[in-house]
Design a protein around this ligand. Structure first.
Ligand SMILES: [Zn+2]
Ligand SMILES: [Zn+2]
Length: 408
């Protein structure tokens, strides 16, 4: 049986039993669908209601379905500007692809089409000939944990820096990350430039400590904004410095300030003075001329710890479309599940997003690393035939890592 047909049949069964609520303002959204191996093959679709949307899902069982960030007067019109944009959600995507996690060394691998070399890990160039390589990417609970940390950081920014706690929803992407949709009116009317400014703030892009009030004064004191009046990144930097000294690891202070561990130990002895000086708007003076270099390095370090890793360009593209929450992802067969915030901490995507059953399906599996799904590790496989539960077979077939042999 053809793999694409098999997946579509499975997806149809799912949509026959599960109703998807669809995005808010459904009749004003543009939709796009994709096929096996292609996330978007056609766009400019629109639905007048959630019922119409669901009957489309049942009848067509698309392997991918995405909706626009934008709300339009004429969502199916084209070209884009004929749609007449009314407003647009702010959406942030966090993906394991953008993070350099250690676990990738064990589950990702690369192949060089130029010289035929292969290797473990996620690299962009061949270690032998330097050509660009093809990477076989997988996701594991550790990758998703790292992505989660980014989501928590964003939530903190939204609440503490922007005072937003309503109109935010969160869902698993169905593959390697999470999506945050912000439909709060204060954000949905933002201009493209304001969206860029927002991303620049979140990523601390071109942040300038001097203009924030952190610099060596003429009196050779390294000044900082007094905590009582500090706001935004000023406050974040001060909190970061405070937290660094409160954690009290001289190894970390040595790295943060680019000083020897001996100097870091001495500084740690002065911890209470450093913290009380900071409260007065002055950072502690180091011996000789080290003050400026040390604090600039520490500031850079604490900024890096707090800023987000999000792509500047993709997060401000208002015309793009994004996976509809609670629909299936055609490269995994997992559901892009909506996650209530109070459940996010405990949410294990590779368990909770599994929707297919355990009936055995015999598949011919390509080379794969060991991978985690529904509470268990599977594989590694290396070209063998295997009888696997349906949810594992669907996952591998969707990833183009298996062919059906029998049992369907
Ligand atoms: Zn090569
Ligand atoms: Zn991983």
């Amino acid at each position: 049986m053809n793999e694409a047909v098999f997946l579509r049949e499975k997806f149809r069964e799912y949509y026959e039993q599960n109703k998807v609520s669809g995005p808010s303002g459904i009749s004003q959204r543009e939709f796009g669908v994709g096929e096996f191996g292609k996330k978007i093959t056609s766009r400019h679709l629109s639905f007048s209601s959630a019922d119409e949307f669901n009957s489309f899902l049942r009848n067509n069982a698309p392997l991918f379905i995405s909706h626009s960030l934008g709300y339009y007067a004429f969502p199916s019109a084209r070209p884009m500007n004929a749609k007449e944009l009314l407003k647009a959600d702010l959406i942030y995507e966090f993906d394991a692809d953008d993070l350099k996690t250690e676990c990738k060394k064990s589950h990702d691998s690369w192949f060089c089409g130029n010289c035929g070399s292969t290797g473990k890990g996620n690299v962009s160039n061949c270690s032998k000939c330097g050509a660009g390589v093809e990477v076989d990417e997988w996701v594991c609970p550790d990758c998703l944990k790292a992505v989660k940390a980014q989501v928590f950081k964003l939530m903190e920014f939204l609440e503490e820096d922007f005072g937003v706690s309503e109109g935010i929803s969160l869902n698993y992407s169905g593959s390697k990350g999470f999506h945050i949709h912000i439909s709060d009116e204060n954000f949905s009317k933002l201009s493209p430039q304001a969206r860029v400014d927002l991303v620049d703030y979140l990523t601390a892009y071109q942040i300038d400590p001097v203009s924030l009030g952190f610099f060596l004064s003429k009196q050779k004191k390294f000044v900082c904004p007094p905590p009582g009046v500090a706001a935004g990144w000023q406050k974040r930097i001060l909190n970061g410095v405070e937290a660094l000294f409160e954690r009290g690891s001289f190894e970390e202070i040595a790295v943060a300030g680019n000083v020897t561990t001996a100097s870091a130990k001495q500084l740690l002895n002065e911890r209470s003075t450093i913290l009380s000086k900071l409260a007065e708007g002055v950072l502690f003076q180091l011996p000789g001329k080290k003050t400026e270099g040390f604090w600039n390095s520490v500031i850079e370090y604490v900024v890096k710890l707090q800023r987000l890793d999000i792509d500047r360009q993709t997060s401000v593209d208002i015309s793009k479309i994004i996976r509809v929450p609670d629909t299936l992802h055609g490269s995994t067969g997992l559901v892009a599940k909506t996650i209530p915030f109070q459940e996010f901490k405990e949410f294990e995507a590779l368990n909770s997003a599994v929707v297919f059953g355990g009936e055995e399906i015999v598949v011919q599996v390509a080379k794969t690393p060991k991978f985690f799904l529904h509470g268990e590790w599977w594989g590694p496989f290396d070209g063998e035939k295997a009888g696997l539960p349906e949810f594992v077979a669907v996952y591998l077939i969707a990833k183009s890592k298996a062919h059906i042999v029998s049992g369907v």
